[in-house]
Design a protein around this ligand. Structure first.
Ligand SMILES: O=C(COP(=O)(O)O)[C@@H](O)[C@H](O)[C@H](O)COP(=O)(O)O
Ligand SMILES: [Mg+2]
Ligand SMILES: [Mg+2]
Ligand SMILES: [Mg+2]
Length: 364
Protein backbone atom coordinates (compact mmCIF):
# COMPACT_ATOMS: atom_id res chain seq x y z
CA UNK A 1 0.00 0.00 0.00
CA UNK A 2 1.29 3.45 -0.92
CA UNK A 3 1.08 6.57 1.14
CA UNK A 4 -2.39 8.05 1.69
CA UNK A 5 -3.12 11.73 1.17
CA UNK A 6 -6.06 13.57 2.70
CA UNK A 7 -7.70 16.44 0.85
CA UNK A 8 -9.68 18.61 3.30
CA UNK A 9 -11.87 21.51 2.24
CA UNK A 10 -13.13 23.48 5.23
CA UNK A 11 -15.16 26.66 4.79
CA UNK A 12 -16.86 29.37 6.79
CA UNK A 13 -18.40 32.80 6.43
CA UNK A 14 -16.66 34.93 9.04
CA UNK A 15 -18.01 38.24 7.83
CA UNK A 16 -19.01 39.78 4.51
CA UNK A 17 -17.61 42.65 2.44
CA UNK A 18 -19.96 44.43 1.55
CA UNK A 19 -23.05 42.91 3.24
CA UNK A 20 -23.11 39.20 2.33
CA UNK A 21 -21.45 39.66 -1.08
CA UNK A 22 -17.70 39.02 -0.81
CA UNK A 23 -14.70 38.40 1.47
CA UNK A 24 -12.31 41.25 2.38
CA UNK A 25 -8.80 40.69 0.91
CA UNK A 26 -7.25 41.18 4.37
CA UNK A 27 -9.20 38.13 5.64
CA UNK A 28 -7.89 36.00 2.77
CA UNK A 29 -4.32 37.23 3.43
CA UNK A 30 -4.67 36.41 7.12
CA UNK A 31 -5.87 32.87 6.34
CA UNK A 32 -3.07 32.35 3.81
CA UNK A 33 -0.45 33.55 6.31
CA UNK A 34 -1.62 31.12 9.00
CA UNK A 35 -1.77 28.09 6.69
CA UNK A 36 1.66 28.98 5.23
CA UNK A 37 3.14 28.74 8.72
CA UNK A 38 1.59 25.36 9.59
CA UNK A 39 3.89 22.31 9.69
CA UNK A 40 0.81 20.03 9.45
CA UNK A 41 0.07 20.71 5.79
CA UNK A 42 1.67 19.42 2.61
CA UNK A 43 0.02 22.22 0.65
CA UNK A 44 -2.92 24.62 0.77
CA UNK A 45 -4.92 27.07 -1.31
CA UNK A 46 -7.04 29.83 0.23
CA UNK A 47 -9.91 31.13 -1.86
CA UNK A 48 -13.52 32.26 -1.65
CA UNK A 49 -16.91 32.05 -3.26
CA UNK A 50 -19.05 35.08 -2.50
CA UNK A 51 -18.80 35.75 1.25
CA UNK A 52 -17.36 32.32 2.18
CA UNK A 53 -13.67 31.60 2.84
CA UNK A 54 -12.58 28.17 1.60
CA UNK A 55 -9.43 26.49 2.95
CA UNK A 56 -8.27 23.76 0.55
CA UNK A 57 -5.61 21.69 2.34
CA UNK A 58 -3.61 18.50 1.80
CA UNK A 59 -1.96 16.50 4.60
CA UNK A 60 -1.36 12.97 5.87
CA UNK A 61 -3.42 13.13 9.07
CA UNK A 62 -6.60 11.51 7.69
CA UNK A 63 -10.23 12.63 7.77
CA UNK A 64 -11.62 14.27 10.92
CA UNK A 65 -8.13 15.05 12.20
CA UNK A 66 -8.44 17.14 15.36
CA UNK A 67 -5.21 18.97 14.48
CA UNK A 68 -6.38 19.95 10.98
CA UNK A 69 -9.84 20.97 12.19
CA UNK A 70 -8.29 23.04 14.97
CA UNK A 71 -5.99 24.71 12.45
CA UNK A 72 -9.02 25.62 10.32
CA UNK A 73 -11.01 26.81 13.37
CA UNK A 74 -8.15 28.99 14.61
CA UNK A 75 -7.69 30.37 11.09
CA UNK A 76 -11.36 31.36 10.99
CA UNK A 77 -11.05 32.92 14.47
CA UNK A 78 -8.11 35.07 13.31
CA UNK A 79 -10.05 36.08 10.20
CA UNK A 80 -13.01 36.97 12.42
CA UNK A 81 -10.74 39.26 14.44
CA UNK A 82 -9.83 41.04 11.19
CA UNK A 83 -13.52 41.19 10.22
CA UNK A 84 -14.34 42.74 13.61
CA UNK A 85 -11.52 45.27 13.27
CA UNK A 86 -12.79 46.30 9.82
CA UNK A 87 -16.41 46.18 11.06
CA UNK A 88 -17.31 43.79 8.25
CA UNK A 89 -20.89 42.58 8.09
CA UNK A 90 -21.80 39.63 10.33
CA UNK A 91 -18.28 39.09 11.72
CA UNK A 92 -17.95 35.49 12.92
CA UNK A 93 -21.28 34.54 11.27
CA UNK A 94 -20.67 30.80 10.87
CA UNK A 95 -18.65 30.21 14.05
CA UNK A 96 -21.42 28.89 16.28
CA UNK A 97 -19.33 27.53 19.16
CA UNK A 98 -17.42 29.48 21.79
CA UNK A 99 -14.39 27.22 21.79
CA UNK A 100 -12.95 24.36 19.73
CA UNK A 101 -13.92 20.88 20.93
CA UNK A 102 -11.98 18.41 18.79
CA UNK A 103 -13.81 18.58 15.45
CA UNK A 104 -15.33 21.49 13.51
CA UNK A 105 -18.36 19.42 12.54
CA UNK A 106 -21.40 20.79 14.32
CA UNK A 107 -19.54 24.01 15.13
CA UNK A 108 -20.61 25.92 12.01
CA UNK A 109 -17.92 25.51 9.31
CA UNK A 110 -18.65 23.21 6.34
CA UNK A 111 -16.33 20.24 5.77
CA UNK A 112 -15.67 17.90 2.82
CA UNK A 113 -12.71 15.53 3.18
CA UNK A 114 -11.42 12.47 1.35
CA UNK A 115 -8.45 10.20 1.96
CA UNK A 116 -6.92 8.19 -0.89
CA UNK A 117 -3.77 6.78 -2.34
CA UNK A 118 -2.77 9.21 -5.07
CA UNK A 119 -2.98 7.69 -8.56
CA UNK A 120 -0.15 8.14 -11.08
CA UNK A 121 -1.98 11.30 -12.02
CA UNK A 122 -4.69 12.69 -9.74
CA UNK A 123 -6.96 15.41 -11.21
CA UNK A 124 -9.53 16.73 -8.70
CA UNK A 125 -12.17 19.45 -8.81
CA UNK A 126 -13.22 21.45 -5.76
CA UNK A 127 -16.68 23.00 -6.18
CA UNK A 128 -17.80 25.79 -3.87
CA UNK A 129 -21.25 27.39 -3.80
CA UNK A 130 -22.68 30.52 -2.20
CA UNK A 131 -26.30 31.36 -1.29
CA UNK A 132 -27.50 27.79 -1.37
CA UNK A 133 -27.66 24.54 0.64
CA UNK A 134 -25.91 21.12 0.46
CA UNK A 135 -28.78 19.53 -1.51
CA UNK A 136 -27.74 21.77 -4.41
CA UNK A 137 -25.15 19.09 -5.26
CA UNK A 138 -27.72 16.27 -5.68
CA UNK A 139 -28.60 17.08 -9.28
CA UNK A 140 -25.03 17.56 -10.58
CA UNK A 141 -23.65 14.52 -8.68
CA UNK A 142 -26.46 12.39 -10.05
CA UNK A 143 -25.73 13.63 -13.59
CA UNK A 144 -21.95 13.02 -13.22
CA UNK A 145 -22.14 9.50 -11.77
CA UNK A 146 -25.49 8.06 -12.92
CA UNK A 147 -26.69 9.77 -16.10
CA UNK A 148 -25.21 8.50 -19.38
CA UNK A 149 -26.70 11.49 -21.21
CA UNK A 150 -24.22 13.58 -19.18
CA UNK A 151 -21.38 11.07 -18.70
CA UNK A 152 -20.75 8.95 -21.77
CA UNK A 153 -17.99 7.21 -19.77
CA UNK A 154 -20.72 5.26 -17.93
CA UNK A 155 -21.32 3.49 -21.23
CA UNK A 156 -17.96 3.36 -22.97
CA UNK A 157 -15.32 3.35 -20.18
CA UNK A 158 -15.04 -0.26 -18.89
CA UNK A 159 -13.86 1.12 -15.52
CA UNK A 160 -17.09 3.11 -15.09
CA UNK A 161 -19.55 0.70 -16.68
CA UNK A 162 -20.23 -1.15 -13.39
CA UNK A 163 -21.61 2.04 -11.84
CA UNK A 164 -21.20 3.74 -8.47
CA UNK A 165 -22.42 3.55 -4.87
CA UNK A 166 -24.17 6.65 -3.51
CA UNK A 167 -24.27 7.37 0.22
CA UNK A 168 -27.35 9.51 0.90
CA UNK A 169 -27.90 11.33 4.21
CA UNK A 170 -31.24 12.20 5.77
CA UNK A 171 -30.35 15.53 7.39
CA UNK A 172 -33.49 15.69 9.49
CA UNK A 173 -33.42 12.21 11.06
CA UNK A 174 -29.61 11.99 10.90
CA UNK A 175 -29.57 8.64 9.07
CA UNK A 176 -27.75 7.33 6.02
CA UNK A 177 -28.48 4.80 3.26
CA UNK A 178 -26.36 3.54 0.35
CA UNK A 179 -27.81 3.00 -3.14
CA UNK A 180 -26.16 0.90 -5.80
CA UNK A 181 -26.53 2.53 -9.20
CA UNK A 182 -27.64 2.13 -11.93
CA UNK A 183 -29.86 -0.68 -10.52
CA UNK A 184 -31.40 1.50 -7.79
CA UNK A 185 -31.66 4.89 -9.46
CA UNK A 186 -35.45 4.97 -9.31
CA UNK A 187 -35.42 4.30 -5.56
CA UNK A 188 -32.63 6.82 -5.02
CA UNK A 189 -34.38 9.57 -6.98
CA UNK A 190 -37.39 9.30 -4.65
CA UNK A 191 -35.09 10.69 -1.95
CA UNK A 192 -32.49 12.89 -3.67
CA UNK A 193 -35.22 14.67 -5.62
CA UNK A 194 -36.05 16.24 -2.22
CA UNK A 195 -32.70 18.02 -1.69
CA UNK A 196 -33.85 20.06 1.34
CA UNK A 197 -33.76 16.87 3.38
CA UNK A 198 -31.80 14.16 1.53
CA UNK A 199 -28.26 14.90 0.35
CA UNK A 200 -25.67 12.84 -1.47
CA UNK A 201 -22.75 12.73 0.95
CA UNK A 202 -20.29 10.56 -0.99
CA UNK A 203 -19.91 8.45 -4.11
CA UNK A 204 -17.73 5.30 -4.33
CA UNK A 205 -16.53 3.30 -7.31
CA UNK A 206 -18.20 -0.09 -7.32
CA UNK A 207 -15.87 -3.05 -6.88
CA UNK A 208 -12.87 -1.05 -5.61
CA UNK A 209 -14.88 1.08 -3.12
CA UNK A 210 -12.55 3.95 -4.06
CA UNK A 211 -13.86 7.34 -2.96
CA UNK A 212 -14.98 9.31 -6.03
CA UNK A 213 -16.79 12.34 -4.59
CA UNK A 214 -17.70 13.83 -1.23
CA UNK A 215 -19.62 16.90 -0.10
CA UNK A 216 -20.27 19.01 2.97
CA UNK A 217 -23.69 18.22 4.42
CA UNK A 218 -23.75 20.51 7.44
CA UNK A 219 -27.06 22.40 7.86
CA UNK A 220 -26.32 25.58 9.79
CA UNK A 221 -29.90 26.37 10.72
CA UNK A 222 -30.39 22.85 12.10
CA UNK A 223 -27.31 23.33 14.29
CA UNK A 224 -28.04 26.85 15.45
CA UNK A 225 -31.83 26.51 15.67
CA UNK A 226 -32.19 29.88 13.91
CA UNK A 227 -31.19 31.38 10.56
CA UNK A 228 -27.48 32.13 10.49
CA UNK A 229 -27.01 32.34 6.75
CA UNK A 230 -27.05 29.59 4.17
CA UNK A 231 -24.76 26.57 4.37
CA UNK A 232 -23.00 27.42 1.10
CA UNK A 233 -21.68 23.90 0.54
CA UNK A 234 -18.49 22.44 -0.97
CA UNK A 235 -17.91 19.29 -3.02
CA UNK A 236 -14.76 17.38 -4.07
CA UNK A 237 -14.77 15.16 -7.19
CA UNK A 238 -11.88 12.96 -8.40
CA UNK A 239 -11.65 12.87 -12.19
CA UNK A 240 -10.50 10.74 -15.13
CA UNK A 241 -9.47 7.14 -15.51
CA UNK A 242 -12.45 5.34 -13.94
CA UNK A 243 -14.04 8.54 -12.63
CA UNK A 244 -15.87 11.17 -14.70
CA UNK A 245 -13.63 13.07 -17.12
CA UNK A 246 -13.07 16.71 -16.10
CA UNK A 247 -15.52 17.76 -18.83
CA UNK A 248 -18.13 15.23 -17.65
CA UNK A 249 -17.79 16.56 -14.10
CA UNK A 250 -18.32 20.13 -15.33
CA UNK A 251 -21.13 19.36 -17.79
CA UNK A 252 -24.12 19.33 -15.33
CA UNK A 253 -23.51 23.02 -14.61
CA UNK A 254 -24.14 23.97 -18.26
CA UNK A 255 -27.83 23.76 -17.34
CA UNK A 256 -28.38 26.06 -14.34
CA UNK A 257 -30.67 23.97 -12.12
CA UNK A 258 -32.96 25.49 -9.50
CA UNK A 259 -31.67 25.48 -5.94
CA UNK A 260 -32.90 26.78 -2.58
CA UNK A 261 -31.20 29.78 -1.03
CA UNK A 262 -30.72 33.18 -2.67
CA UNK A 263 -32.20 36.17 -0.78
CA UNK A 264 -32.57 35.44 2.96
CA UNK A 265 -32.11 31.73 2.27
CA UNK A 266 -35.78 31.63 1.36
CA UNK A 267 -35.99 31.58 -2.42
CA UNK A 268 -35.64 29.23 -5.32
CA UNK A 269 -33.28 30.31 -8.11
CA UNK A 270 -30.84 29.09 -10.75
CA UNK A 271 -27.30 28.04 -9.74
CA UNK A 272 -25.01 30.21 -11.89
CA UNK A 273 -21.54 28.84 -12.77
CA UNK A 274 -18.92 31.61 -12.35
CA UNK A 275 -15.20 32.31 -11.90
CA UNK A 276 -13.83 33.18 -8.44
CA UNK A 277 -13.58 36.83 -9.50
CA UNK A 278 -17.24 36.99 -10.49
CA UNK A 279 -18.57 34.95 -7.57
CA UNK A 280 -20.02 37.93 -5.67
CA UNK A 281 -23.79 37.54 -5.43
CA UNK A 282 -25.37 40.90 -6.23
CA UNK A 283 -28.87 40.81 -7.72
CA UNK A 284 -31.30 40.13 -4.84
CA UNK A 285 -28.21 38.74 -3.03
CA UNK A 286 -27.71 36.27 -5.85
CA UNK A 287 -28.43 34.46 -7.99
CA UNK A 288 -26.76 31.53 -6.17
CA UNK A 289 -23.22 30.91 -7.49
CA UNK A 290 -20.96 27.92 -8.05
CA UNK A 291 -17.20 27.94 -8.70
CA UNK A 292 -15.17 24.91 -9.87
CA UNK A 293 -11.41 24.86 -9.23
CA UNK A 294 -9.30 22.10 -10.79
CA UNK A 295 -6.04 20.88 -9.25
CA UNK A 296 -3.50 18.25 -10.25
CA UNK A 297 -2.21 16.61 -7.08
CA UNK A 298 1.45 15.59 -7.07
CA UNK A 299 2.61 13.95 -3.83
CA UNK A 300 -0.02 16.05 -2.09
CA UNK A 301 1.07 19.31 -3.75
CA UNK A 302 -1.86 21.25 -5.22
CA UNK A 303 -0.92 22.33 -8.74
CA UNK A 304 -3.51 24.84 -9.85
CA UNK A 305 -6.12 26.04 -9.69
CA UNK A 306 -7.78 26.05 -13.08
CA UNK A 307 -10.78 28.32 -12.64
CA UNK A 308 -12.99 26.23 -14.95
CA UNK A 309 -16.14 28.31 -15.12
CA UNK A 310 -14.15 31.35 -16.26
CA UNK A 311 -14.29 29.66 -19.67
CA UNK A 312 -16.43 31.16 -22.47
CA UNK A 313 -18.24 27.83 -22.88
CA UNK A 314 -20.14 28.69 -19.67
CA UNK A 315 -21.31 32.09 -21.02
CA UNK A 316 -24.58 30.59 -22.26
CA UNK A 317 -25.24 28.96 -18.87
CA UNK A 318 -24.78 32.35 -17.22
CA UNK A 319 -27.11 33.97 -19.76
CA UNK A 320 -29.69 31.25 -19.17
CA UNK A 321 -29.34 31.66 -15.39
CA UNK A 322 -29.89 35.42 -15.77
CA UNK A 323 -33.00 34.82 -17.88
CA UNK A 324 -34.40 32.32 -15.37
CA UNK A 325 -33.53 34.70 -12.53
CA UNK A 326 -35.30 37.55 -14.29
CA UNK A 327 -38.41 35.48 -14.89
CA UNK A 328 -38.68 33.99 -11.42
CA UNK A 329 -37.93 37.33 -9.70
CA UNK A 330 -41.13 38.68 -11.28
CA UNK A 331 -43.06 36.37 -8.94
CA UNK A 332 -41.80 38.34 -5.92
CA UNK A 333 -43.14 36.89 -2.67
CA UNK A 334 -45.16 34.13 -4.35
CA UNK A 335 -44.24 30.45 -4.33
CA UNK A 336 -42.46 28.73 -5.99
CA UNK A 337 -39.96 31.66 -6.12
CA UNK A 338 -40.41 32.07 -2.39
CA UNK A 339 -39.82 28.69 -0.78
CA UNK A 340 -42.58 26.64 0.79
CA UNK A 341 -43.28 27.71 4.40
CA UNK A 342 -41.48 24.67 5.86
CA UNK A 343 -38.35 25.52 3.91
CA UNK A 344 -38.19 29.23 4.61
CA UNK A 345 -35.30 30.35 6.75
CA UNK A 346 -36.92 33.48 8.14
CA UNK A 347 -40.66 33.52 8.66
CA UNK A 348 -42.98 36.05 10.19
CA UNK A 349 -45.94 33.69 9.74
CA UNK A 350 -46.31 32.85 13.48
CA UNK A 351 -46.36 36.56 14.46
CA UNK A 352 -48.77 37.56 11.71
CA UNK A 353 -51.03 34.56 12.44
CA UNK A 354 -51.08 35.46 16.14
CA UNK A 355 -52.00 39.05 15.40
CA UNK A 356 -54.80 38.07 12.99
CA UNK A 357 -56.01 35.09 15.03
CA UNK A 358 -59.31 36.66 16.04
CA UNK A 359 -60.11 37.83 12.53
CA UNK A 360 -60.24 34.31 11.13
CA UNK A 361 -63.85 33.07 11.17
CA UNK A 362 -65.01 29.52 10.77
CA UNK A 363 -66.48 28.81 7.35
CA UNK A 364 -69.78 26.91 7.72
O1 LIG B 1 -28.89 34.63 2.59
C1 LIG B 1 -28.17 35.59 2.81
C2 LIG B 1 -26.81 35.44 3.38
O2 LIG B 1 -26.41 34.10 3.33
P1 LIG B 1 -24.88 33.73 3.58
O3 LIG B 1 -24.31 34.70 4.56
O4 LIG B 1 -24.18 33.76 2.26
O5 LIG B 1 -24.96 32.34 4.12
C3 LIG B 1 -28.59 36.99 2.56
O6 LIG B 1 -29.56 37.04 1.54
C4 LIG B 1 -29.13 37.60 3.85
O7 LIG B 1 -30.09 36.74 4.42
C5 LIG B 1 -29.75 38.99 3.62
O8 LIG B 1 -28.79 39.86 3.08
C6 LIG B 1 -30.26 39.60 4.92
O9 LIG B 1 -29.21 39.60 5.83
P2 LIG B 1 -29.35 40.09 7.34
O10 LIG B 1 -29.65 41.57 7.27
O11 LIG B 1 -30.49 39.32 7.98
O12 LIG B 1 -28.00 39.80 7.92
MG1 LIG C 1 -22.85 35.97 4.93
MG1 LIG D 1 -22.30 32.73 1.95
MG1 LIG E 1 -23.54 30.94 4.60
Amino acid sequence: MGKKITLSVIKADIGGFVGHSNVHPECLETAGGILAGSPLLIDYHVTHVGDDINLIMTHELGKNSGEIHELAWNTFLSCTAVAKKLKLYGAGQDLLADSFSGNVKGMGPGVAEMEFEERTSEPVIVYMADKTEPGAWNYPIYKMFADPFNTIGLIIDPKMHGGFLFEVRDLIDNKKVTFSCPEEIYDMLVFIGAPGRYCIKSVYQKGTNEIAATSSTQRLNLMAGRYVGKDDPVLIVRCQSGFPAVGEALEPFANPHMVSGWMRGSHSGPLMPVSVNTSSPTRFDGPPRVVALGFQLADGKLHGPQDFFADVSYDLARQKANEIANYIRSMGPFEPHRLHLDEMEYTTMPDVSKRLKDRFEKVE
